[in-house]
Design a protein. Structure first.
Length: 525
């Protein structure tokens, strides 16, 4: 039975939502069943638009039957309970069905981005000991190079054969704490680690989903994201909770283009969207927007947007943006819900109902108004079960009942949380602890800047000094004069010690497959 975790009510406030909240997690639960079989069979579940622009709609009844048949087809190919099944394909019907089918078997889905090369695939496939892979045709050659002996079900004829099996007689009876998916960290600070999540993690995501998207489902809701479903943001911030609530999801076979994204949302009457910060900044830089959008709200997370982008969204897209925060190990724990509590530009919001988030120093003292590590109270259903095959790393992730995110932030007197940087990204300059996020936000307010990243570089006098890498907007040309102008801009808006001592103009920032800036690549690591 579908249940809401955050229930709106008359006169609701942030505190009343928290006070009325209680986790209700059944002891036996299977995400695959909940996302397909639990809904009226004639209701729309997926709207798919292929590369030629052809639209196909699939009902929940079709999704339930197709995932059952695929589950049986995978079982016939040797997949057993607990096996890791790699999914190496972009957004598509087949990708979604594979996850659902794998969960119905009690196996563990392993989402892997199509952007991965053979080395990245080999590491994750080897570390996870994947039993089989379901892959799009474009990824098969890389997979065969990465893992020559790995069985592959290629989307197309192979996949269709597997999905033509008889219907699965019954889904495996899984406990809520049984493993469901293994998703690797982005590797911003070292080798990626596999975060193993349980079926119950879906419930842990629901408060964030309900707050970010302002209490869905509502009549005619349609949700879309350009984010890859191989990323926890695409999979667990959009697809899976939307299907849990019986909402239709839109998937489109096209690369992200700012103007095409707006045209798509207008044409399909998209009401809810998860658009990563990079994509929003691209849309703003391209001047994309429309007066004919049906958007009710946008959710974003991963990097702070700042006041400029929030104001642009209200004007160009006609809706607000609810920012949020989480990580692969503990997703959707902080965020905003515009109708209930005011959005403070630059803040990532407040601890969401059901989650407790606080800032601590290295001695375990809680901080208010000072920078420290962002920590999440354990246990929490959204948290990973463990780092795959890394018990020591799992133990080190926790301290005194709190999960250590490795991110630095600040909590103000009203409970709003402000992201500062990864702990490893802190710049120590003349005794100052400088987080790159604030400098990046300042640079983003300059009309010449499309995107930027700030790191610390060695400085003989200061120990370290900030250095900025800047991607310019169209028709803006790099020059020493512009570099000096950007430095003056930061000096005026922030402080002298935060001025980038170097400004390097580049065409593109290095990013992980999830779109996060790889500062270690800028540092040459």
């Amino acid at each position: 039975m579908v249940q809401h975790t955050v229930t709106p009510h008359d006169g609701m406030t942030y505190q009343s939502l928290r006070d009325r909240f209680a986790w209700q997690i059944p002891p036996r639960f299977n995400m695959g069943v909940a996302c397909s079989d639990a809904h009226p069979p004639d209701n729309p579940g997926l709207i798919a638009i292929d590369a030629a622009g052809t639209r196909t709609e699939y009902t929940f009844g079709e999704l339930a039957e197709r995932s059952d048949r695929l589950a049986q087809g995978l079982r016939d190919r040797g997949v057993e309970r607990g096996d890791r099944v790699a999914v190496v394909a972009p957004q598509s019907l087949e990708t979604a069905l594979t996850h659902v089918a794998v969960w119905k078997l009690g196996a563990v889905s392993l989402p892997l981005a199509s952007l991965f090369g053979p080395d990245a695939l080999a590491y994750r496939l080897g570390d996870s000991a994947a039993a089989i892979a379901v892959a799009s045709a474009a990824n098969v050659a890389k997979l065969r190079e990465a893992a020559p002996s790995l069985p592959i079900v290629m989307i197309g004829e192979d996949f269709d054969d597997a999905a033509a099996a008889p219907r699965l007689s019954a889904a495996v009876d899984t406990a809520a704490d049984d493993p469901a998916y293994l998703i690797y960290t982005s590797g911003t600070t070292g080798p990626p680690k596999g975060a193993l999540h349980a079926h119950r993690s879906l419930f842990g995501h629901l408060p964030g989903f309900e707050c970010y998207y302002e209490f869905p489902p509502q009549p005619d809701d349609l949700i879309w994201t350009p984010a890859d479903w191989a990323w926890i943001g695409g999979l667990m911030d959009v697809l899976v909770p939307a299907w849990y609530f019986g909402m239709p999801v839109l998937t489109v076979d096209q690369d992200f283009d700012p103007h095409q994204a707006v045209e798509l949302m207008v044409a399909l009457c998209v009401t809810l969207a998860f658009i990563p910060p990079t994509a929003l900044k691209m849309m703003r830089a391209a001047g994309a927007g429309s007066d004919h959008l049906a958007l009710r709200t946008i959710f974003t997370g991963g990097e702070a947007l700042g006041e400029e982008v929030l104001a642009w969204s209200a004007e160009a897209l006609g809706c607000g943006i609810n920012e949020g925060y989480g990580q692969t190990e503990a997703n959707l724990v902080v965020g905003n819900c515009g109708p209930v509590w005011p959005v403070r530009p630059g803040s990532m919001g407040r601890a969401l109902p059901g989650h407790e988030v606080a800032i601590f120093d290295d001695m375990g003292n809680r901080l208010i108004g000072e920078t420290g590590e962002i920590c999440v109270r354990s246990p929490d259903p959204v948290m990973m079960l463990e780092y795959w095959k890394q018990p020591e790393a799992t133990t080190e992730k926790y301290r005194d009942g709190w999960l250590l995110t490795g991110d630095l932030g600040m909590e103000d007197e009203d409970g709003y949380l402000w992201f500062r940087s990864r702990k490893d990204d802190v710049i120590m300059s003349r005794g100052y602890r400088i987080g790159p996020g604030e400098i990046e936000e300042s640079l983003m307010t300059h009309p010449a800047v499309a995107m930027c990243a700030v790191i610390g570089v060695p400085d003989e006098m200061r120990g370290e000094a900030p250095a900025a890498f800047v991607v310019l907007r169209a028709r803006r040309q790099p020059s020493p004069e512009l570099a000096a102008e950007l430095q003056a801009h930061v000096r005026y808006r922030l402080a002298a010690h935060e001025v980038p001592r170097q400004v390097t103009f580049i065409d593109e920032l290095p990013r992980t497959t999830t779109g996060k800036i790889m500062r270690r690549a800028l540092r040459g690591e």
